[in-house]
Design a protein around this ligand. Structure first.
Ligand SMILES: Cc1cc2nc3c(=O)[nH]c(=O)nc-3n(C[C@H](O)[C@H](O)[C@H](O)COP(=O)(O)O)c2cc1C
Length: 210
């Protein structure tokens, strides 16, 4: 299926077959492909916390305001950004791996690593949070497209109490929870949704009032 077809057909699905399980290898494969998404300086800050334990999901139900997909979907993926990815050690290690793999020479390794270190050096907490939100969101969309291509359905969720979710899953302040994706076999199509006419969302060269 083309990317365009997947995008045209995808809906947020809120009703799932609670007896359907996704093989761990399938999820791993989807995540491996999603990890190829573009990400700032290739620091690879996105982490995927898979929640398939029924007790954990029951505990999350009230935290996610009783959204039924929390227990009926095959798995929840808590999409996390890892603040440790900004550390010099990680940046140097990733560029060394690229060098060892033969993807670039020593001088490009050092140039890219130093540029990345400088890029993050003076960023505020808010700016770093935005960096994580960007990277994790791109990986999330890739995961959603890949899951749909594989015949699965998804819903993206921010409708949960972040502090309670982090506490109940022992997620430390090292991580930013960007969103939760429920994935599984839908039993009811998501309702159709409208979009603005495309000419109403495009500016060209300057911002004009639409
Ligand atoms: C970041 C994000 C968070 C969302 N959180 C929820 C949620 O908690 N519960 C829910 O029912 N839908 C949630 N949605 C789904 C949106 O309501 C849905 O994407 C939107 O209405 C467009 O519908 P569509 O995805 O079917 O095209 C969320 C979507 C996004 C992108």
């Amino acid at each position: 299926m083309s990317v365009q077809s997947v995008l045209e057909q995808r809906r947020s699905v809120r009703h799932f077959d609670s007896s359907y399980t996704i093989h761990p290898e399938t999820l791993t494969s989807l995540i491996e492909s999603a990890s190829k998404s573009p990400n700032g300086n290739n620091i690879q800050a996105t982490r995927y916390l898979i929640i398939d334990d029924p007790d954990l999901r029951s505990a999350l139900l009230p935290i996610a305001y009783h959204q039924q997909q929390v227990i009926d979907a095959s798995a929840l993926i808590v999409m996390l950004g890892d603040y440790q990815a900004f550390e010099e050690d990680n940046i140097i290690k990733i560029h060394e791996e690229g060098f060892q793999a033969g993807f670039f020479d020593e001088s490009l390794r050092d140039y890219l690593a130093n540029a990345a270190i400088q890029y993050y050096a003076n960023k505020s907490d808010e700016e770093l949070k935005l960096e994580l939100a960007r990277d994790v969101s791109l990986a999330s969309m890739s995961f959603i497209l890949l899951a749909n291509e594989a015949g699965l359905q998804t819903i993206t969720m921010s409708g949960y109490d972040s502090a309670q979710l982090k506490a109940s899953l022992n997620i430390s302040e090292r991580y930013l929870d960007v969103m939760v994706i429920a994935v599984g076999k839908g039993t009811k199509n998501g309702h159709q949704t409208v979009r603005h006419p495309v000419q109403n969302i495009i500016y060209r060269n300057t911002i004009t009032s639409l």
